[in-house]
Design a protein around this ligand. Sequence first.
Ligand code: CDP
Length: 222
Amino acid sequence: MDKAIIAIDGYASTGKSTLSKMLSSHLGLPYIDSGAFFRGITFLALEKGWINNENIYQEAIELGIKDIKIYYNTSDNKLILNEIDITDKIRSKLVSSNVSKIAKLPFVRFFILKQQRLMGNSFGMVMDGRDIGTVVFPNADFKFFFTARPEVRAQRRWEEMKANGYFLSYEEVLKSLMNRDKVDTERKFSPLKKANDAIEIDTSDLSLEEAFTILISKINYK
Ligand code: CDP
């Protein structure tokens, strides 16, 4: 497929990134994980002490991000910050529990928005996130919005974290997901919400193959 923009938004652990990668290889389009950018900035903010405990030093973040180079490599799905590969570090519990607070900040969103638009305009792509169909690419060729029951999402994320060597309890994972959803849906700028023209898919009771078949059928049908 040529230069099409496919926006995949929705709640955490609904299968967005796995299905976006499947779509990307099926359609021959690059895949961009927009959440990785927000996680990358959060990782940096934690490292630099721009955020600690409940304090967020907004001026430091606003000034600090002016000097950084953050880049998503679509050929191997790596996030590169100032020439260093931080892909594995951005999935930690600490990054996950702070990322929504950083993603709320308008200057962080604006900084990332510029990069998102640049990447999409030059190649076409599959991009997943929270505001791709509503704000980043409101004219995307296809828009999907993923949901799933919270217990199912927490179970999936718990298994994923365990497989990656992070040992948290199911309750902790559920609580963290619910907190993130709350901050993401209630924020003032670019909140998580379904675009009017997005197709909603509830993946609670679908296998990956079933969800993929639905996606492809919607794309072929249009
Ligand atoms: O993979 P998961 O669904 O857990 O989250 P993610 O896509 O890595 O996104 C992490 C966080 O970044 C989200 O909870 C949002 O706070 C923020 N985010 C956002 O605000 N806008 C996006 N387009 C993507 C992510």
